[in-house]
Design a protein around this ligand. Structure first.
Ligand code: HEC
Length: 125
């Protein structure tokens, strides 16, 4: 007569092993060290910098700003509006204006001397 195979000979032992494993994996701390901000993603200090940083870094690096070719004020405003309308950046109208001004002031293209256009104000540093 054959004996039934006792698969779980000592359930308490299995349970203890399982709990030990679970505890070990819980105790394992996961910590990550992010690299320091890239030098090129430091925004130029000035009025609007904090606002721009806090709003624009939500989705991507500030390299996207710093690495752009110099844009005109209208182009910067277009960029900021595109972030809001196309990509859903949470920006209020005053935010859009303040950030566009900051970007044009610090990352703006020198305005070409065109007829009927007053000279561009010197960038505030
Ligand atoms: C809701 C997410 C989001 C926020 C917030 C955001 N962006 Fe973007 N941005 C994007 C996406 C998506 C792209 C396109 C990425 C790509 O093509 O690789 C992009 C691309 C850009 C580019 C590259 C040129 C272009 O038009 O693709 C610039 C410049 C830029 N963003 C500026 C800004 C500025 C300035 C702010 C803050 C006002 C901002 N972004 C905030 C999502 C965002």
């Amino acid at each position: 007569m054959s004996r039934p195979i006792k698969l779980f000979a000592r359930p308490v032992t299995y349970l203890a092993a399982l709990l030990t494993l679970a505890a070990a994996s819980l105790a394992q701390q996961v910590s990550i060290q992010l690299p320091a901000d890239h030098a090129t993603s430091q925004l130029t200090p000035g009025p609007g910098e904090e606002l721009a940083r806090s709003r624009c870094v939500l989705c991507h690096s500030l390299d996207y700003i710093v690495g752009q070719p110099r844009l005109s004020a209208a182009q910067w405003e277009g960029e900021v509006r595109k972030m809001a309308t196309t990509y859903g950046a949470p920006l209020s109208e005053p935010d859009i204006r303040a950030i566009s001004d900051y970007l044009a002031r610090n990352y703006g293209a020198p305005v070409a001397a065109a007829p009927n256009r007053p000279p561009a104000p010197a960038p505030a540093r």
